[in-house]
Write a protein that binds this ligand. Structure first.
Ligand code: HEC
Ligand code: HEC
Ligand code: HEC
Length: 419
């Protein structure tokens, strides 16, 4: 008998034990009363704010669907997850849950009837306070019930074995997440709670290991999930791209700062969540990201690049891009963002720049009345060599980066499937 087989047997025995206790749990709660007696209008209002700060809608409200009725599709290397119905509907939603069961779901990833997959970011919500969980519960229980059935996750083996997540939790579920920076101030402490517990920023910005766990040793140093990758947002990473606390506050409040717009998966983070934070909370989150003693932002130094490449890239820029972004890269208010100071050009990894040029960007609405038109994609207009030259021109002129983008790098991204 091989060791693997024995391990599997052991795992099976544990799982059966766990399953029966889970079954017992769900029986006990079947007729539990809805726990709304104690909620006050103030608590519901606070819950509304907290649900925004924690961005529950990003995964639980389908565009055009009923609020919190689920169905949002979440792609991952392990397969597809679906956000669930968290309205008070007694059959499809969480209408029969108690506040304690709700807290256990956020804290441990364990719902009354099942172990959840960590696609639900309980790894971050674990540090949420019981009072805040209760407020979100009160708010959700005050929503309109929606009788929308859930969709089971569609995962590849072995990830479709739901209770195997228990072992994952034993290994990877931690009681706290690493700090983003050094600080002790009241703002820093509040910011830590906003970013780690509520905003679950680490879920996207921290790289993941082979089992999909966050790599705590590289907290917030940028990950490679998705077509547009979340960059390094440690203090060192942020100041290397010119960010100050004031820029971060502008970015989280409006979605557009001197460094450019929020795009890709960051756009909904701003649109659904951070724009609703109070000025004090925005300040706190920015203090937390940069630390109590923020390092000074780095000015852009010209990068070195091959002169012939830069000249060819400049010609393409003038022909295709300058109409919107300006001959001097100065941008046009309400039309196109500036290339000067663009954090996308200042990233060492050219990936987001290349993806922006290949795919273009959808027109997007920003908080308030601001909106930006779509940027066309150039995958069909420009070949790999031309895009590499253009990238090297942009990076060396405005990004302070070396002109090291090759046609092969462009081709790899052109061919990569988008999720
Ligand atoms: C990044 C996406 C994401 C975010 C953000 C998110 N969830 Fe979830 N949630 C999920 C997914 C996916 C599932 C289903 C997981 C599964 O199938 O195991 C889930 C499941 C749940 C469940 C279990 C429902 C059931 O019927 O078993 C509850 C309750 C829940 N989420 C509440 C919340 C609340 C409250 C928030 C905000 C504080 C939130 N979620 C934010 C993705 C998310
Ligand atoms: C769903 C994934 C996701 C989550 C959650 C997320 N981000 Fe992002 N973030 C991204 C992506 C992708 C980008 C790159 C696109 C862009 O710059 O807008 C990004 C960009 C950023 C940038 C701009 C960096 C630069 O130099 O351009 C900042 C700052 C940032 N995120 C902070 C945060 C904070 C703070 C949180 C938590 C409140 C957060 N993010 C949560 C995906 C995410
Ligand atoms: C029709 C006008 C238009 C044209 C032409 C255009 N862009 Fe854009 N570009 C935009 C807009 C609008 C945005 C912001 C889109 C958003 O966030 O929704 C943008 C965003 C970008 C960004 C991201 C900026 C950042 O700071 O993150 C880059 C890089 C970029 N464009 C480069 C180019 C290049 C290179 C070309 C030429 C090959 C080009 N654009 C052509 C309108 C245009």
């Amino acid at each position: 008998m091989s060791t693997t087989f024995l391990l599997r047997l052991g795992a099976l025995a544990l799982c059966i034990a766990a399953l029966s206790s889970l079954a017992a749990c769900s029986k006990a709660t079947d007729n539990a009363p809805v726990d709304t007696r104690t909620s006050t209008p103030e608590q519901i209002a606070r819950g509304r704010y907290l649900a925004k700060a924690a961005d529950c809608a990003a995964c639980h409200t389908l565009a055009g669907g009923a609020p919190f009725a689920g169905g949002v599709r979440l792609g991952s290397p392990f397969g597809t997850f679906y956000g669930t119905n968290i309205t008070p509907d007694p059959k499809h939603g969480i209408g029969k849950w108690s506040a304690a069961e709700f807290y256990k779901t956020l804290h441990d990833g364990v719902a009354p009837d099942k172990q959840l997959y960590p696609a639900m970011p309980y790894t971050s919500y674990r540090t949420m306070t019981r009072a805040d969980s209760d407020a979100i519960y009160a708010y959700l229980m005050a929503q309109k019930p929606a009788a929308v059935p859930n969709r089971e996750a569609d995962l590849k083996f072995p990830f479709n074995v739901r209770f195997a997540v228990m072992f994952w939790n034993m290994l990877f579920l931690k009681d706290s997440l690493p700090d983003a920076s050094v600080g002790t101030s009241a703002d820093w402490t509040r910011g830590k709670y906003l970013a780690n517990a509520l905003g679950h920023c680490a879920e996207c910005h921290t790289p993941r290991g082979v089992f999909g766990q966050m790599n705590g040793a590289k907290a917030l140093q940028g990950s490679d999930l998705g077509r547009v990758v979340p960059p390094d947002i440690t203090p060192a990473g942020l100041v290397a791209r010119g960010w100050t606390g004031a820029d971060l506050q502008t970015f989280f409040a409006t979605g557009i700062s001197r460094q450019g717009p929020a795009f890709g998966e960051m756009h909904p983070v701003v649109y659904l969540s951070t724009q609703y934070l109070s000025p004090g909370d925005l300040r706190a989150m920015s203090v937390y990201l940069l630390g109590d003693a923020p390092p000074p932002p780095t000015p852009v130094q010209p990068g070195s690049a091959d002169a012939a490449q830069v000249a060819a890239g400049r010609n393409t820029y003038v022909a295709l891009c300058a109409g919107c972004h300006g001959l001097g890269g100065e941008g046009k208010p309400h039309v196109a963002v500036s290339m000067q100071g663009s954090s996308t050009l200042r990233q060492g990894d050219p990936r987001n720049l290349l993806v922006a040029m290949l795919d273009g960007m959808d027109a997007s609405a920003f908080p308030g009345t601001e909106s930006l038109q779509a940027m066309p994609g150039f995958a069909k207009t420009l070949n790999d060599e031309e895009l590499a030259q253009l990238a090297n021109y942009l990076r060396s002129t405005w990004g302070g980066q070396p002109g090291d983008v090759t046609a092969a790098k462009v081709k790899a991204l052109r061919d990569a499937p988008s999720h």
